[in-house]
Write a protein that binds this ligand. Structure first.
Ligand code: TRP
Length: 338
């Protein structure tokens, strides 16, 4: 494009949903959130706290409410600028449920039955296999498709849901003509995959029952130190990556994320030193790295009205974009517009 060209390249639209189901982890931060701050200038990003999704399993109301504030506060505390990104809560934008209903009518029983997360969750919550759990992926498709999203940062566990969202979009477009942009998954090159401290072959997950497996973003320094001290490693004594050394490899990844050091630099730094010393060093850089986030978080949680302002502005901005897609959909399927 030459400089006289007035055609501007449209910024990519990025959408992601975060469940308010507990405190976010070091894995969420290093694997995803930290990279989102780098996208905030080059893309139009929307981050949605998905409270509607959360009630597909039983929630204690007061906890859900608190987790919703906390999740939003953690997004802001970890560097997402509420002016540059649209940060909002799903239940504040009714278009999500409105589009979800329409998409339910374009999603097949068979394809929803094949979702592995549905199968897993219905096994885990066998006393509450509700219809919302079953249609969870169509609500997620609505989240994404409402904003004409280009890219969806998703982990492995959400790939099948994203694939379904694409299928639904393509199906609808084939029947009614171009309505939805068909989204792609987005795996940032810089995102680190952080593993469980108790089983380093498994991803660190906030739903892990073993609390020693997970560093929460709000863990105080002494808890961080205790958890790293107990982190599962191998019976060797060398700080390097290798077969059977997934635990040490995971600690090296974390150390590298906070210090910017390469594997070779880390190996050199800890040559001849034991695992105990290395674990302590990883714990220290983690505690130091999380400190500013924790301070900012505490400040935000003490000032709920500011968080509520962010929610309100975010919902207004999101609703405006969502309304365009929803009205197009309503018109195309044949609803009378008044
Ligand atoms: N299902 C996602 C999860 O559990 C959360 C989510 C809801 C989401 N809607 C979304 C993620 C839209 C990406 C895009 O992690």
């Amino acid at each position: 494009m030459n400089s006289g060209d007035i055609v501007q390249q449209r910024k990519k639209i990025i959408f992601s949903g975060i469940q308010p189901s507990g405190v976010l982890t070091l894995g969420n931060y290093l694997g995803a959130m930290r990279n989102w701050t780098k996208l905030q200038d080059e893309a139009d990003c929307l981050y949605c706290v998905v409270d509607l999704h959360a009630i597909t399993v039983r929630q204690v109301p007061a906890e859900l409410r608190r987790h919703t504030y906390e999740t939003l506060a953690l997004l802001v505390a970890s560097g997402l600028d509420p002016d540059k990104n649209i940060l909002f809560v799903q239940s504040h934008v009714p278009a999500h449920t409105q589009l979800a209903w329409v998409l339910n009518c374009f999603s097949m029983f068979g394809e929803l039955s094949r979702m592995t997360q549905f199968k897993e969750k219905s096994a885990k919550h066998s006393d509450n296999i509700n219809a919302g759990l079953f249609t969870y992926p169509t609500l997620m498709a609505a989240d994404i498709l409402l904003y004409q999203t280009d890219l969806v940062p998703v982990g492995q566990d959400q790939k099948q849901h994203l694939e379904l969202a694409r299928d639904i979009a393509i199906r609808f477009n084939n029947i009614y003509g171009e309505t939805f942009r068909v989204p792609e998954g987005y795996i940032p090159q810089t995102g680190a995959k952080i593993m469980s401290l108790a089983d380093p072959t498994k991803k660190m997950s906030k739903s892990d029952e073993n609390e020693n497996a997970v560093i929460s973003l709000l863990d105080p320094r002494d808890v961080i130190i205790r958890k790293f001290k107990r982190a599962v490693t191998d019976s060797g004594n060398e700080i390097r990556r290798g077969e059977g050394k997934e635990g040490i490899g995971n600690l090296m990844t974390i150390y590298s994320c906070f210090t910017g050091k390469t594997d070779e630099e880390i190996e050199r730094e800890f040559a001849g030193k034991g695992y105990g010393e290395f674990k302590m060093a990883v714990a220290e850089v983690t505690a130091d790295g999380l400190k500013p986030i924790q301070d900012k978080f505490a400040e935000l949680m003490a000032e709920k009205t500011y968080l509520e302002e962010i929610m309100k502005t975010g919902a207004e901005r999101a609703a405006k974009i969502a309304a365009r897609t929803l009205s197009k959909v309503y018109r195309k399927v044949g609803f009378v517009q008044i």
